[in-house]
Design a protein around this ligand. Structure first.
Ligand SMILES: *Cc1c(COP(=O)(O)O)cnc(C)c1O
Length: 354
């Protein structure tokens, strides 16, 4: 029996996606060959890459003349460096809302001056800083839209007059915002899009080519764009799984529909966290993430029985990150409402035992 998968990453994908992906490993599109044993230059794979790039922009409602989508390697962690390599000439502004922001800052510092213009670090990242003054003399502002570990999320995208760069690894394609506010954003696929091994990068072409440094080919967005996201052999299988997820999203009503569902699932779980006497939410209520719900045991409550109940009810992956403790229910796009209901039921049963 399949478990209720609340893993923070790599994470749950739609059943339909997993099933089509498995078939492609045996044979792709009735061509008598497996997806993973054909040339990435073959018409069948070129079509996959092109469709994945196009459908990404279509779902995000971005102008194809202005923006381009790339499927690259190296994870979001390489994008911490690569975005700075391509955009940071003198100084950049970063908002620090968690360990991932912290890591992005560390990489950017290798290339120029970095100003941390706001941070929630002193409160263990339990909120999103507000009313931030963003001056115009930075090359760009970098934010992390959803903080996977702490369970906070930007519900309002900052308005800037400078390019806006974002790590969207854990909330990409989960909601419909005005993505044209961003000039560059990236997401490791393994949270809400596909398997690990591929990273989606969406970039507004006009912001590129402005820094004076020499950029190594593999780190140069312009080279990847020029080569249609196939400068070197792309991760063919992960990219195909991303395409299947994008098609699944489109067939189910796109970002508006998934946002509605995600709001509904998040409300169910947070209502229970707030009602239940055994648990307390970690993040400030107004900044709560729709993707990762973090909660702790109320002081003095022993979680042993809850862990046993979770095991019994086939609930997997809700242990909190070590820097927050407690629990984290990751409720990504593909997680069914039924799994949320089982978790809530388990929380109620536990409350009756304490
Ligand atoms: C998981 C995660 C990362 C790290 O992604 P990799 O692909 O492993 O480098 C970065 N940022 C956020 C917000 C994440 O959730």
């Amino acid at each position: 029996m399949k478990k209720h998968n609340f893993s923070a990453g790599p994470s749950i994908l739609a059943d339909e996606v997993i099933s089509k992906a498995s078939k492609s490993v045996i044979e792709l599109n009735n061509i008598g060959l497996s997806l993973i044993e054909i040339s990435h230059r073959s018409p069948d794979f070129v079509a996959i890459m092109e469709k994945a790039r196009e459908l990404s922009l279509e779902l995000l409602n971005l102008d194809k003349e202005k923006y381009t989508a790339l499927f690259l390697q190296g994870g979001a962690s390489l994008q911490f460096l690569m975005s700075a390599y391509n955009l940071l000439e003198t100084k950049a502004a970063y908002i620090n809302t968690g360990s991932w922001s912290d890591k992005a800052i560390k990489e950017a510092k290798l290339l120029g001056e970095v100003h941390e213009i706001a941070s929630s670090k002193s409160k263990n990242y339990n909120h999103i800083p507000k009313n931030i003054l963003i001056k115009n003399d930075y090359d760009y502002l970098h934010i992390t839209t959803n903080n996977t570990i702490y369970g906070t999320q930007f519900h309002e995208i900052p308005n800037t007059n400078i390019p806006l760069v974002a790590d969207m690894s854990s909330d990409i394609f989960s909601r419909n915002v005005d993505f044209s506010k961003f000039d560059l954003f990236y997401a490791g696929a393994q949270k809400n899009l596909g398997p690990s091994g591929v990273t989606l990068v969406v970039v507004k072409k006009e912001i590129l080519g402005k820094v004076s440094r020499n950029i190594p080919s593999m780190l140069n967005y312009l080279i990847h764009i020029d080569k249609d996201s196939m400068f070197n052999t792309p991760p063919v299988f992960p990219t195909y799984v991303c395409l299947l997820t994008l098609e699944w999203l489109k067939n189910n009503g796109g970002l508006d529909a998934i946002e509605k569902l995600n709001n509904y699932k998040a409300k169910l779980i947070y209502d229970e966290i707030d009602r239940n006497k055994a648990f307390v939410g970690f993040a400030e209520i107004e900044d709560r993430s729709l993707m990762n719900a973090t909660f702790n045991l109320v002081n003095g409550v022993d979680g042993k029985k809850f862990n046993e109940l979770c095991l019994k009810n086939n609930i997997s992956g809700i242990k909190g990150h070590r820097s927050v403790g407690g629990y984290r229910a990751s409720i990504y796009n593909a997680l069914p409402i039924e799994s949320v209901e089982i978790l809530i039921d388990t929380m109620k049963k536990f409350e009756n035992l304490i």
